[in-house]
Design a protein around this ligand. Structure first.
Ligand code: GLA
Length: 448
């Protein structure tokens, strides 16, 4: 069977699928559930434990991508337009350093589709487009490396990439292309799904995995088959991340749809094998800064790769402020590697919780609706141990609050309040001291 996708058709199809899932999973207008009710997006903890836990999932033995990859990819801002070129890529690498993004954890500078010429050379090798990359790919990779950053590239597990110009794909050329990438100093490969000729996805993606391994170069391997073959069920030892959805676009509805498709896949993510709901649109202009803060917060909660998709040479201070929020990035990069799960979703008011390596919990109170909403949960419901006082760090306001257990916020339309919540160390210690040895808790009197 020959499978030829025209990008526009595929996009249209995926947009419909996305819209349908949004309707099926949407919560706006749903009847109110009890505070801790589990929605279809939120398997009960026992269900989560029964499915693949992060500890059990087979994963690649290379120790790469122990936390979700962070970096830049040009696609969301340039697509195939001429401004995608050597100058842009070097400019982004410069800005990673100048704007503190490297210090914030951003590492990869990745090329997407359209970097090559449509024809291979007489030896079957890929040829960089001399207009975009007059000094070739190795020279750009060297530049990126000279900044202490890493370099990524793109091709498709098909005969051609997705763009209608028909750039060459890797199917049938895996060993040669992987070696060429390694020779150029590539550290990250995004491997797309267009023009796949109906060849079994597992076979196609495993062949490239083996070809990358054979080069001996550590290369983060990003599977991009849009969730069509449920890669979360078979790819944890094939790639380091896999797209779970169709392409994002720079709209609120697209972001929301991808969020709702990716949330239920939490049990499948973990160190070295991540769900990828697609790259960031933060800064591209189609959403408000409030919406971009939600997008960024929710991607971090879901341990998604954080690949900046805007042209940072034109970005506003607000965009840099969002992308460089180190408290939010710390949730994404937390060493435990647990994707957040939905604790409650009630009429568009979402409580999403992420367990963190030091025992803290991150809680996102996300307002999907067009009105301000009070969203409420408790320290106990988000899984914190009993204490008589808790500290809540508001990761966008950069302020600490204290609470005896109530966790709530009035969240603006389309906004997200994110708290990092912990039992107050002193108060928790005091409670520990008076814990009755046998049967539960007795509380220390509140400290003044
Ligand atoms: C597909 C991918 C996108 C992008 C384009 C490039 O649509 O899903 O992320 O790489 O191809 O053509």
């Amino acid at each position: 069977m020959r499978v030829h996708f025209r990008t526009t058709h595929r996009r249209g199809h995926r947009r419909i699928v996305g819209a349908l899932s949004a309707v099926l999973l949407g919560t706006a207008g749903a009847t109110a559930l009890p505070a801790a009710a589990r929605t279809p997006e939120a398997p009960a903890p026992s269900d989560t434990t029964r499915t693949t836990s992060t500890a059990e999932a087979a994963r690649l033995p290379d120790e790469l991508a122990k936390t979700p990859p962070m970096g830049f990819n040009n696609w969301n801002s340039t697509q195939c337009r001429a401004e995608f070129n050597e100058e842009m890529v070097k400019g982004i690498a410069d800005l990673f350093l100048d704007k503190g993004l490297k210090d914030a954890g951003y590492e990869f500078v990745n090329l997407d589709d359209c970097w090559a010429l449509p024809e291979r050379d007489e030896n079957g090798k890929l040829v960089p487009d001399p207009k975009r990359f007059p000094h070739g790919i190795k020279s750009v990779a060297d530049y990126v490396h000279s900044k202490g950053l890493k370099f990524g590239i793109y091709t498709s597990a098909g005969t051609k990439t997705c763009n209608e110009n028909g750039f060459p794909g890797g199917l049938g050329h895996e060993m040669s292309d992987a070696q060429q990438f390694a020779d150029w100093g590539v550290d990250y490969l995004k491997y797309d799904n267009c023009n796949n000729q109906g060849v079994d996805a597992k076979e196609r993606y495993r062949t490239m995995r083996d070809a990358l391994k054979a080069t001996g170069r550590p290369i983060v391997y990003s599977i991009c088959e849009w969730g069509e073959n449920k890669p979360w069920e078979w790819a944890s030892d094939v790639g380091h991340l896999w797209r779970t959805t169709g392409d994002i676009s720079d709209t609120w509805s697209s972001m929301l749809s991808l969020l709702k498709q990716n949330l239920p896949l939490a049990p499948h993510a973990g160190p070295g094998h991540w769900n990828d709901p697609d790259m960031l649109e933060v800064g591209n202009g189609g959403m408000t800064d409030t919406e971009y803060r939600s997008h960024f917060s929710l991607w971090a909660m879901m341990s998604a790769p954080l690949l900046i998709g805007s042209d940072l040479r034109k970005a506003t201070p607000a965009t840099f402020e969002i992308l460089a929020n180190s408290d939010v990035i710390a949730l994404d990069q937390d060493a435990l590697g647990k994707q957040a799960t939905v604790l409650a979703a009630d009429s568009g008011r979402w409580t999403i919780v992420k367990e963190l390596a030091n025992g803290d919990r991150a809680v996102a109170l996300f307002n999907e609706t067009d009105q301000p909403q009070r969203i409420t949960t408790t320290a106990e419901d988000i899984g914190l141990p009993r204490a008589d006082r808790y500290r809540l760090r508001d990761l966008w306001q950069h302020r600490d609050h204290h609470t005896t257990g109530d966790i709530s916020a009035t969240v603006p339309p389309h906004g997200t309040t994110v708290y990092r919540a912990a039992a107050d160390p002193h108060r928790a210690a005091r409670v520990q001291q008076v814990r009755s040895p046998g049967t539960g808790w007795s509380f220390a009197p509140p400290l003044m």
